[in-house]
Ligand binder design. Structure first.
Ligand code: SF4
Ligand code: FES
Length: 376
């Protein structure tokens, strides 16, 4: 391990955290789409490394005992797993709130009926754009957009709660008003307009994806206008790209405080991008109980709370609001996960954000599409 990696933190009983609120189960990295901003790591896991059904069921049992309230079935495309229905049924039987995060290209009427019968509570469908040509180019999957529209209608007809998720970037950010209109037309209770977060595949494709400040400002205005117009009818969540922020986001509600992720192979992580960080030996559900990992493992304790913080966070009055920002972004941009997130205007590294944002002024390079087996 290089010398400049953070020291391991001793874990004591006094540091025992509150139970996690939610757990993301990345059932698989397999996916029919190849979005260039995928939140999965560059080194995607193969089907042969995925946890089997009984292991996922055991993880759900352990999560319920630990106090988890919500489980999010995700991927890759979780519907690529043949055992999704029994896993949803198992989670629902434990009284957990179940959310399916899906591209929806495999979500036909029989599949939805089976999931609904199994006790699924909520469906979140990701859209790449509002028109077929743009959407299918971004996902590199012909015919995907039409399938998503059909699936969204089925979800509404079934009475399940529906969220539409639009990941926005320089190729589609001009169409935020149409995204809101599509959410309204499809009867979504909530839409999420989320700018790409630049780790993993997003970071690899940053020069192709980062919008300009002017494009972002126009999108922000459209979101505020949509919120006002649809108040009480549809919730619009909005995530801006950190590259134009002056305050960082409280990523994951703070490291190891609210959420945990389980990777397809069973590694347990405080966020989806944590595997990009060097110097961690991630615990696995194959060998260690979830409660032990959450309450006592060193990787979860390393950046939990405020004791690890350097200045300016250490003496900042926002330190228990944003928890020093995002550790994965701090590493991606400074090489040190233990520094203040450069998205913060008080960070000594804040200038790297403005430097990177200049990429948005140049013509975009072609996408590097996400692929299993890609030798990036
Ligand atoms: Fe947040 Fe640290 Fe910036 Fe304060 S200095 S606003 S705690 S990132
Ligand atoms: Fe890992 Fe923000 S994505 S801490």
């Amino acid at each position: 391990m290089p010398d400049d990696l953070p020291a391991r933190r001793e874990v004591t009983d006094a540091m025992r955290p509150e139970p996690p609120l939610g757990m993301l189960l990345e059932l698989t990295h397999r996916c029919p789409l190849q979005c260039p901003y995928c939140s999965n790591p560059l080194a995607l896991e193969r089907a042969s490394d995925e946890l089997p059904t009984e292991a996922w069921q055991d993880v759900l049992d352990q999560a319920a005992r630990l106090g988890v309230l919500q489980v999010h079935f995700s991927g890759g495309e979780p519907m690529a797993r043949r055992d999704l229905v029994p896993l949803v049924r198992h989670a629902a039987g434990l009284g957990l709130y179940t959310n399916l995060i899906t591209s929806a290209v495999l979500l036909d009427a029989p599949a939805l009926a089976a999931l609904s019968d199994a006790g699924l509570d909520h469906v979140q469908i990701s859209f790449q754009d509002v028109d077929e040509a743009g959407a299918d180019r971004i996902g590199n999957y012909a015919g995907g957009h039409a399938k998503k529209l059909a699936a969204a209608r089925l979800v509404r007809e079934s009475g399940l709660a529906l969220t539409l998720n639009f990941v926005v970037h320089r190729h589609n950010i001009a169409r935020v008003p149409q995204m809101i209109a599509l959410g309204e037309a499809l009867g979504a209770g909530r839409i999420e307009i989320a700018n790409v977060q630049y780790y993993g595949w997003g970071l690899r494709n940053r020069a192709a994806l980062l919008p300009t400040r002017a494009e972002l400002d126009a999108a922000t205005e459209a979101v505020f206008a949509g919120r006002e117009r649809l108040a009480g009818r549809m919730v619009i969540d909005y995530v801006i790209p950190d590259y134009y922020a002056i305050e960082p986001k409280g990523c994951m509600g703070g490291w190891g405080r609210r959420f945990l992720n389980v990777s397809p192979a069973g590694r347990v992580l405080p966020c989806h991008a944590a595997e990009t960080l060097p110097g961690f030996d991630w615990p696995s559900v194959r060998t260690t109980q979830l409660a032990e990992i959450w309450n006592r493992s060193e990787p979860f304790a390393r950046y939990r709370g405020t004791a690890w913080m350097p200045e300016p966070c250490r003496s900042c009055d926002r330190r228990e609001i944003d928890w020093g920002g995002c550790r994965c972004q701090a590493f991606a941009l400074t090489g040190d996960a233990g520094r203040t997130d450069p998205a913060c205007a008080l960070s000594p590294d804040h200038a790297v954000m403005a430097e990177a944002a200049r990429e948005a002024e140049a013509p975009p390079p072609p996408f590097v599409y996400r692929r299993i087996g890609s030798n990036l």
